[in-house]
Design a protein around this ligand. Structure first.
Ligand code: FAD
Length: 383
């Protein structure tokens, strides 16, 4: 296996790193405190092609492979996970799913806007009563002539208040397929759709997370993404790639934790020398470094499998499980290196820890990833 990046991949990484240093890092603390990322960041991300990676140029995409996508995602996660999440959802969960499952008309309607940053997408699967058991949805889509009429509530939807289009999952009435769930592309300004911002999050505070309430929302049958009743496979295929993107974001968090811890250990003096001289501080730093490398390699393996057209879903769960737990450990270890200063938000470790924590929860909790891996190994589903 060749672990060296190509010149093109190195160039994409440099471009992303420069962008993040210039446009994200200087604002990340203020956005976190204000609970709002500046929305102007979306068009800037689009202008650099970061919202079109792996999407065909004929639909406004910027091409590139999944490793390039991981590199950009890592750099964004290193700068601010709230910004990283915007891309992971709008491109990773929505645009890529439209590209994979959409009709020609759906691709032409949504992809140029999503890839340029003119539109933001959100992924509406979770409901107040339905999280891990994601196929067991209460939201209903009832056929009425050429339309479906949708009623239900979606919870914790990233990009929810910003979105122009919702990739919505609902149980459709006449679907004989898998659990009867269908996917729909619903314009966010559809009549009957209201959005309420979710405030008070522990981390990802800059991100526009929302509850979506759908009351008699009329959606044309042509808005269905993929076949009737096949919405659950649509969702699972999106999440399998999405988990790689979360993992790459976690590598970014862990790398930021490492950079900050090394820098601080070289500056802070206790007992007459910098704390980098103390062996137990070196232990904290080396534990972070091993987590960074292991998480990155697991994540790159997923990208490599996708780019070579090989099965990748279980590897994606492994990468997401390990990288999310590693990011929490890494941020926590970095906070320890910072001592009391780690506990206040003028220093980076606390935000990294808060942002990392949710990664073990969304797109399948750590427990759910273990059930996916366990099922693949034993042949027994414990769901
Ligand atoms: P539950 O499913 O109720 O789980 C509670 C606990 O029970 C967990 O520890 C879980 O691991 C455990 N558990 C459940 N079932 C089992 C089992 N079979 N075996 C062992 N343990 C089990 N959703 C979207 O659709 N779109 C988004 O954009 C989105 N963004 C999010 C952003 C944020 C900030 C957050 C917090 C959530 C987001 N989510 C989103 C929702 C997220 O995916 C869910 O929160 C997650 O899937 C867990 O569901 P739940 O919160 O209902 O927890």
């Amino acid at each position: 296996m060749n672990l060296e990046l190509s010149e093109e991949q190195e160039a994409v990484r440099r471009l992303a790193r420069d962008f993040v240093e210039r446009e994200v890092v200087p604002h990340a603390t203020a956005w976190d405190r204000a609970e709002e990322v500046d929305r102007g960041i979306v068009e800037k991300l689009g202008a650099l092609g970061f919202l079109g990676l792996t999407i065909d140029e004929e639909y406004g995409g910027s091409g590139g492979d999944h490793l390039a996508y991981c590199l950009v995602t890592e750099e964004l996660g290193r700068g601010d996970s709230s910004v990283r999440g915007i891309v992971s959802v709008s491109l990773g969960l929505v645009a890529k799913t439209v590209a994979a499952w959409g009709s020609e008309e759906q691709k032409r309607t949504w992809l140029p806007g999503l890839t340029s940053g003119a539109y933001v997408g959100c992924f509406g699967l979770t409901e107040p009563g339905t999280g891990s058991d994601a196929g067991n949805l209460s939201t209903r889509a009832v056929r009425d002539g050429d339309d479906y009429v949708v009623n239900g509530t979606k919870m914790f939807i990233t990009n929810g208040t910003w979105a122009d289009v919702v990739l919505l999952f609902a149980r459709s009435t006449d679907a004989p397929g898998h659990r009867g769930v269908s996917a729909f592309l619903v314009p966010a300004d559809a009549s009957g759709l209201t959005r309420r911002a979710v405030h008070g999050k522990l981390g990802l505070r800059g991100q526009a997370t929302a509850e979506l309430v759908l009351e008699d929302v009329r959606v044309p049958a042509s808005a269905m993404l993929g076949p009737e009743g096949k919405g659950f496979p649509v969702a699972l295929s999106a999440l399998a790639k999405g988990r790689m993107s979360v993992a790459a974001g976690c590598v970014g968090i862990a790398q930021a934790a490492l950079d900050a811890a090394v820098r601080y250990a070289g500056e802070r003096e206790q007992f007459g020398r910098t704390i980098a001289h103390h062996q137990l501080v070196q232990e904290l730093i080396s534990d972070i470094a091993v987590d960074v490398d292991a998480a990155r390699l697991l994540t790159w393996r997923v990208a490599d499998l996708i780019d070579r057209g090989k099965p990748f879903a279980v590897e994606s769960s492994k990468a997401k499980l390990f990288a999310s737990e590693a990011a929490v450990r890494a941020a926590n270890n970095a906070l320890q290196v910072f001592g009391g200063y780690g506990y206040i938000d003028e220093y980076p470790a606390g935000k990294l820890l808060r942002d990392a924590r949710v990664m073990t929860l969304y797109e399948g909790t750590s427990q759910i990833q273990k059930l996916v891996i366990g099922r693949a190994l034993t042949g027994v589903s414990a769901f």
